[in-house]
Design a protein around this ligand. Structure first.
Ligand code: UD1
Length: 419
């Protein structure tokens, strides 16, 4: 297993290119299943989750050409050889569930492994299933698989019991080829949902209301091929911003823009950051120790759970005490134990943690437990005095493109140790 060796403390100066958003790319690749024509996708991030999704789609018989140098891919789902997503792939990436809606809509059947729980929480998919059933799908759960079939999907009025990002995306994609009108209430409003809707519209779908709590879709007989550029990764941009907050420095996030990052930027300002939006990106400056910030995670436009660990890293070296409440996932404080090893002062009670900033952290050996927890640990290690080793960095590679290379270009000292 690969590790990062990090020498701290660092100060970050320069410019970092922000990649295409992982959470936009994955549903967009699956949307290609809705047409037999080629879909051309630009600004594709080079990530482990992206190659896992390509492997899954190829197993279904989808043809994919990838040009990594130009961050481009072309996906053609002309003739499928299978409509099954096996446990082996789904267990490594929960977003594999995103093939369910498109397969069912276009091919009238799908067999997708139940994702099961994961480190950060239970993560059921009952809302995906409920919505598809309302659209006329017959779904049974058998031997760990969701087995779905339909004669035809029909539009329905669906009110989601919880706000779910991939659930909203699955239903949106299915509704594009259903007969009649679908209304999704209590829909997720993330920018990645809007990006998916933009692609679907260029494929000929009739969607309105994306980015709000109520999305309306009028189903079409067929969809066509399209070209689309994936939006920037607001979580990657937020992660680099937190690194600047914890370490100090002046970094230009090339490709980022304010709107999708609004609350992240507000919190960074509260921490004492100087933030300016420029034509092609956002500049973040931190001089001196940051101030602590309290927050509670919630669905967009609230504070993203995917930024919680990184802001905890900032708070652990900030002036003051912060209260952090995690309201989306029940077990998303696993990085706390590891941050304690670096000398942080954090206590946890239920879904709330209290972080009192210390003058300085000290390097230590720590273990990454999930994608965003890893990012929090890298930030803490860069802010700490001395060297740290972060084990199980494969979690980080799932969702960050060459993070070590990007950080080193900003003046950090991060070495990837291959076993
Ligand atoms: C997506 C993101 C992930 C992010 C999360 C929350 C992708 C590929 N992943 O994950 O990075 O952390 O949103 O912003 O976009 N729930 C149910 N029933 C369901 C579905 C969800 O109870 O059928 C619950 C979950 O357990 C969780 C909450 O709803 O407590 C939100 O989960 P959801 O938005 O579905 O997360 P994902 O779409 O899996």
């Amino acid at each position: 297993m690969e590790k990062f060796k990090v020498w701290g403390p660092s100060r970050l100066i320069g410019e970092v290119p922000i990649s295409g958003a992982k959470n936009a790319a994955l549903p967009i690749f699956c949307a290609s299943l809705l047409t037999s024509e080629p879909v051309k996708i630009f600004n594709v991030p080079d990530l482990k989750d992206v190659s896992t999704m390509f492997a899954l789609l190829r197993k279904l018989g989808v043809e994919i050409e990838v040009d990594k140098r130009n961050k481009f891919c072309e996906i053609e789902a002309k003739a499928l050889s299978s409509t099954e997503a096996s446990y082996d792939l789904v267990k490594t990436m929960r977003a594999s569930i995103l093939v369910l809606g498109p397969l069912l809509a276009k091919h009238r059947e799908a067999k997708v492994s139940l994702p099961g729980g994961c480190a950060i929480g239970q993560r059921p998919v009952d809302q995906h299933i409920k919505g598809l059933r309302l659209m006329g799908a017959e779904i049974i759960i058998e031997n760990g698989y969701i087995k779905a079939k339909t004669k035809k999907l029909v539009g329905a009025k669906i009110t989601s019991d919880v706000v779910t990002v991939t659930g909203t995306e699955n239903l949106m994609m299915a509704a594009c080829l259903a007969e009649g009108k679908t209304v999704i209430e209590n829909a997720a409003q993330e920018p990645e949902i809007v990006d998916l809707a933009n692609l679907l519209r260029s494929m000929g779908a009739n969607i309105s209301g994306d980015g709000t709590k109520k999305i309306e879709i009028i189903g079409q007989q067929t969809l066509k091929g399209a070209s689309h550029k994936i939006i920037f990764d607001r979580i990657e941009a937020g992660t680099f911003s937190c690194a600047v907050a914890a370490c100090g420095g002046d970094v230009f996030l090339n490709g980022a823009s304010r709107e999708p990052m609004k609350i992240i930027l507000e919190k960074l300002r509260e921490c004492g950051g100087e933030i300016s939006e420029e034509k092609s990106g956002i500049r973040i400056k931190f001089f001196g120790r940051p101030s602590s910030v309290s927050f509670q995670t919630s669905p967009f436009p609230g504070f993203a759970t995917d930024m919680q660990a990184q802001f905890m890293a900032v708070n652990s070296v900030a002036q003051g005490t912060a209260i952090i409440k995690e309201s989306i996932f029940e077990n998303r404080f696993m990085h706390v134990q590891e941050m304690l090893r670096l000398g942080a002062k954090i206590s946890v009670k239920g879904n709330t943690s209290m972080v009192t900033g210390v003058d300085s952290l000290r390097g230590a050996k720590v273990m990454a437990t999930d994608l965003r927890a890893s990012a929090g640990l890298v930030i803490s290690a860069m802010a700490a005095q001395g060297d740290s080793v972060i084990d199980r960095i494969y979690h980080l590679d799932r969702g960050y493109e060459k993070m070590d290379v990007k950080l080193n270009a900003l003046g950090a000292s991060v070495e990837r140790i291959k076993n």
